[in-house]
Design a protein around this ligand. Structure first.
Ligand code: NAD
Ligand code: LMR
Length: 341
């Protein structure tokens, strides 16, 4: 009956599409989200569930994961969704993961800095990294939890102590800074933001966020005062959202978009796609800071090549100078947390 209603060519197309989905899905990734029930975790998991790049979605949180997983699992897309709740199920959640994305931990309230989250989030990231070291030591790990400038060194030290640290596989997710720069430039200049690419380097808080507007593609120009104002808006965009949410948390939806964008790039790189480039906060020898975000060429084993800073304008060189002492302090604080009794 069905085949009599549709043309043979259509059947062939459907058959080929199904074959493509099956073939590609076999090479696609198992992604674990730690903090999956949260403000970022839920919309991020929804976006990941919609992509054929993800074969298995493993959702971990300390609360509500069975409900989130049951809800998402009813969506008619390819990936299989499983929920894991509480520390006793953490290793099962991580087993076999190619990619682990970590948006676990508390967000800011108005008046707080990201560093004010350190006391709560440092131990959450430490414990999740320790579980990754045991359950999925080869996974690519993307850390969203703030303060990113410290949580990435924390995770790295934990993996190092466990003897499984590969600096090419640990990323602080700073994609939201790039997304914001692209949005503000695109809307400001009347260019489709999806066609704008402005690298943002450094770290992920205040003065450590360094937009490289001189390297934006397509090229854009601003008068001195406008350039300063735009740069400061990108640096303080997280605080803009925290203030607007008035106590109800920080960026979640734009972060879910940014987190999905970064995760899909990791998935494509894992599959062997060429020319996958993202900025992320990683172990680095580009500047005096031990961890630093720059554009990275991604490959099947994580960072394939650090593409560095490129040519900076005088204005951007000054921003870099201002960022380094703060970055070094944040990095040291993270390392000390793991190494000092
Ligand atoms: P949220 O409070 O809405 O969600 C956090 C989730 O983490 C909750 O579901 C909570 O149960 C879970 N959680 C707590 N401890 C956990 C543990 N030990 N293991 C697993 N899950 C645990 O917060 P949110 O708005 O989703 O933000 C999460 C984090 O992301 C914050 O630290 C925030 O500052 C950060 N953030 C980073 C960026 C970035 O650009 N990197 C952007 C936005 C927010
Ligand atoms: C952001 O940039 O939106 C996040 O880091 C959350 C925050 O606290 O600003």
């Amino acid at each position: 009956m069905f085949s009599r209603l549709i043309k043979p060519q259509t059947v062939a197309v459907l058959h080929n599409n199904a074959k493509n989905i099956c073939t590609s899905s076999q090479r696609n990734a198992k992604v674990a989200v730690c903090g999956a029930s949260g403000g970022i975790g839920q919309p991020l998991s929804l976006l990941l569930k919609q992509s054929p790049l993800v074969t298995e979605l493993s959702l971990y949180d300390i609360v509500h994961t069975p409900g989130v997983a049951a809800d998402l699992s009813h969506i008619d897309t390819f990936s299989k969704v499983t929920g894991y709740n509480g520390p006793e199920q953490l290793k099962d959640a991580l087993k076999g993961a190619d990619i682990v994305i970590i948006p676990a931990g508390v967000p800011r309230k108005p008046g707080m800095t990201r560093d004010d989250l350190f006391n709560t989030n440092a131990s959450i990231v430490r414990d999740l990294a320790a579980a990754c070291a045991e359950a999925c030591p080869k996974a690519l790990i993307g850390i969203i939890s703030n303060p990113v400038n410290s949580t990435v060194p924390i995770a790295s030290e934990v993996l190092q102590k466990a003897g499984v640290y590969d600096p090419n596989r640990v990323f602080g997710v700073t994609t939201l800074d790039v997304v914001r720069a692209n949005a503000f430039i695109g809307h400001g200049k009347g260019i489709d933001p999806t066609t704008v690419n402005c690298p943002v380097v450094g770290g992920h808080s205040g003065v450590t966020i360094i937009p490289l507007i001189s390297q934006c593609k397509p090229a854009v120009t601003f008068e001195k005062a406008a350039l300063k104002a735009l740069t400061e808006r990108i640096q303080e965009a997280g605080t803009e959202v925290v203030k607007a949410k008035a106590g109800a948390g920080s960026a979640t939806l734009s972060m879910a978009h940014a987190g999905a964008k970064f995760t899909f790039s990791l998935c494509r790189a894992l599959k062997g796609e060429q020319n996958v480039i993202e900025c992320a906060f990683v172990r680095s020898n580009i500047t005096e800071a031990k961890y630093f975000s720059t554009p990275l060429l991604l490959g099947p084993n994580g960072i394939q090549k650090n593409l560095g800073l490129g040519q900076l304008s005088d204005f951007e060189s000054e921003l870099l100078k201002a960022a380094i002492p703060e970055l070094k302090k944040n990095i040291q604080k993270g390392e000390d947390f793991v190494n000092k009794k």
